[in-house]
Design a protein around this ligand. Structure first.
Ligand code: FES
Length: 408
């Protein structure tokens, strides 16, 4: 599939020039210095601080637009301790609410992680009914219940924005955000994906250690020829054991916080990158420009216009994080042949196995290492610029939160 927009053409030209330069010099894009992180930043106290400074304050990408296809489509989920209900209203607008009935607090869905389609929500406890825009429509047996002001008993709304096929929500009521300012140039990157045309083929959940340890693996290609030596490495037909990655960042901070790690679709292999210089510009395809885009603080998008993999990281405790892997495609699963469905299922299982058995099993091992007393700090090399930017961003938001708490 040919790349189309002028923006994309400019990106691929730029990427090929940078990749070929790195590959021919036998190097990759590098930061000025090695970055060091003290192991204390993995403590439970620090985790609490990160949740308050980051997950409870910043917009989180909680849903793909394709999960909310059609008016009345909804998705319930829990983020930290907050039950969230996201729904597309009769006016086509996506809104988010705290999933808590204003009578006595029960969730409006049968289960905390339910998806479905409805005309309104009826609380399972005493059957109060709410519209998809959060208004209280009816109180059961109202004459016996007594006088209440229904207009003041709507669901508690959460800040929510839908853009470019993705839905952002802040899980703290009353907190505001400007999604354009927060994403900066990443919005244009996301627009290239045309994610509003995707379908969700399947999702699954994987468990890892600390959220930052899990996140690091999405931000460098240095580990690919080693950790994935027997899985992705042969599949991508790589010719070398080194990697070239190109890092760009977007957003309000000097280092992001959103990032694009680019290479080619053959596992960031410099030998294969060198061959790109012989490809005429008119023949560039997605294979010549593969990018993993990360949306701070918790999303990795390894996808092109045809779809791919969108991973969402949800911390549970300092030592535990759940990743939801979403496989997306422009192909409607209802139109797939049996053979296509089987191929899709195999791909879903392969990516779950690689991440679970290789990346996330490594995250548990790192966590033990951090607690072992064997090391005092973790090192992020000059070739691991994405992870460096991620940790600088975490630090920025923690420090900003500390300052605002001190001034409160
Ligand atoms: S708690 Fe919802 S109707 Fe009573």
């Amino acid at each position: 599939m040919a790349l189309q927009s002028d923006y994309e053409k400019a990106q691929i030209r730029n990427m090929v020039q940078r990749a070929v330069k790195c590959a021919s010099e036998g190097t990759t894009e590098m930061t000025p210095e090695v970055y060091r992180l003290p192991i204390e930043i993995y403590s439970p106290t620090r985790w609490e601080e990160e949740m308050n400074a980051i997950y409870r304050r910043l917009p989180l990408m909680l849903a793909l637009s394709c999960e909310l296809r059609g008016n009345g489509a909804y998705k319930a989920m829990k983020v930290l301790d907050v039950p969230v209900l996201i729904v597309r209203g009769d006016d086509g607008r996506v809104r988010a609410f705290v999933n808590t009935c204003t009578h006595r607090g029960r969730a409006l869905t049968q289960t905390p992680d339910e998806k479905g389609q409805c005309k309104n929500f009826t609380c399972p406890y005493h059957a109060w009914r709410f519209s998809t825009d959060g208004k209280l429509q009816s109180v059961s047996d109202p004459r016996k219940f007594g006088e209440v002001d229904k207009s003041a008993l709507g669901l508690r709304e959460l800040p929510c924005e839908e853009r470019a096929g993705f839905v952002w929500v802040c899980i703290t009521p009353g907190q505001t955000f400007d999604i354009e300012e927060y994403l900066g140039g990443m919005l244009e990157e996301l627009a290239c994906l045309e994610a509003d045309k995707w379908y969700l083929l399947g999702s699954q959940q994987l468990e890892s250690g600390n959220w930052k340890i899990a996140h690091d693996g999405y931000l460098e290609s240095y580990h690919i020829p080693f950790l994935h030596r027997h899985t992705l490495h042969p599949m991508w037909k790589r010719e070398t054991l080194t990697s070239v990655s190109l890092y760009d960042h977007y957003g309000p901070l000097p280092y992001g916080p959103h990032q694009r790690m680019a290479g080619n679709a053959w596992g960031y292999d410099p030998a294969l990158m060198l061959k790109m210089k012989d490809v005429p510009e008119s023949e560039y395809t997605e294979h010549h420009f593969h990018a993993v885009r990360t949306l701070f603080p918790h999303i990795s998008i390894s996808a092109g216009r045809n779809g791919g993999l969108v991973s969402q990281l949800f911390p549970i405790t300092a030592d535990r994080c759940i990743t939801v892997q979403n496989h997306v495609s422009t192909q409607n699963p209802d139109d797939m042949t049996e053979a296509e469905k089987q191929t899709t299922q195999k791909r879903i299982e392969l990516y779950a196995a690689v991440v679970r058995d290789e990346d996330y099993s490594t995250s548990f091992s790192i966590q033990e290492g951090v607690r072992s007393g064997g090391i005092q700090e973790l090192l992020f090399g000059r070739n691991e610029g994405g992870a460096q930017n991620f940790h600088r961003s975490v630090e920025h938001y923690v420090q900003a939160h500390r300052k605002s708490q001190a001034n409160a």
